[in-house]
Design a protein around this ligand. Structure first.
Ligand SMILES: C[N+](C)(C)CCCC[C@H](N)C(=O)O
Length: 246
């Protein structure tokens, strides 16, 4: 951190932000848009009417799963690129040494397309859909459940409630998502050199065989620590944007 700050000032910490920001905007608008519109279809109530006539948890879960399933499709190529770039851990290039395999997100996307084809951009997408379909259901159930618990009937939840409920929704869904998150990332890295895994099930079996059941909880702490603030802010933005524009 000190080195980055000295050489590049505060801006250095935000390097490479434009690509994730653009992808988060698309992915989250699909997620929340599909969720809300599925609820509209299932319960015939708009976001504003849902405080007075709260939908059932079954409907919330189904709408969440639909949102999770469709957002995974949009997320897949962006997530693949993120995982490939993050795993590129060769030491910093010396003058004269060959450049890293991927020079940035656009170059990474283009090389995957060139070397592995259109389907290559969707490597790991099945595992991602399996990860996100049920866990986004859990995400919205936790959020709604906590909001209802701490809000007087018929009223809008306070900002503090939205932040805390959003934070815990993030943690609950990420804890549930971590086993398939591990598998997903392994599938995304597979194919870089030679293919190791036959498919999602094969990847699960051989990971457990080699590393034990603990493999399914790799990174659960860091995922949860990230999930709280990210999802607190996500839900606060969602609630306020809909209140202003709705
Ligand atoms: C379902 N799963 C837990 C994987 C993600 C839920 C989406 C939450 C948010 N986009 C985030 O990045 O935390």
């Amino acid at each position: 951190m000190v080195k980055i700050y000295r050489h590049e000032s505060l801006l250095g910490f935000f390097k490479g932000m434009s690509f994730p920001i653009a992808s988060i905007a698309v992915v989250n608008s699909v997620l929340f848009g599909v969720y809300s519109n599925t609820l509209l279809l299932l319960t015939a109530t708009s976001h504003q009417e849902r405080r007075a006539q709260p939908p059932s948890y079954t409907h919330i879960f189904l709408a969440g799963c639909t949102g999770g399933f469709l957002q995974a499709y949009c997320l897949a190529p962006f997530d693949l690129i993120k995982v490939r770039l993050q795993n590129q851990t060769e030491p910093v290039a010396q003058p004269g040494s060959p450049p890293p395999q991927y020079q940035g997100p656009v170059h990474c996307a283009a090389s995957i397309f060139r070397e592995e084809g259109y389907r290559g951009l969707f490597r790991g997408a099945w595992a991602l859909m399996l990860r996100d379909t049920p866990t986004v259901g859990i995400y919205f159930i936790t959020y709604e459940g906590l909001c209802r618990q701490y809000t007087p009937e018929g009223q809008n939840p306070s900002s503090a409630t939205v932040l805390v409920a959003g934070g815990f929704a993030g943690i609950a869904s990420w804890v549930a998502a971590t086993p398939l998150d591990v598998i997903k990332s392994r599938m995304q890295m597979d194919g870089l050199r030679r293919r190791v895994y036959q498919g999602v099930l094969d990847c699960m079996m051989s990971s457990v065989r080699q590393e034990g059941l603990g493999v399914f909880f790799r990174g659960v702490t860091i995922n949860s620590a990230r999930a709280f603030p990210v999802n607190a802010v996500t839900f606060l933005s969602y609630e306020y944007l809909l209140r202003w524009w709705g």
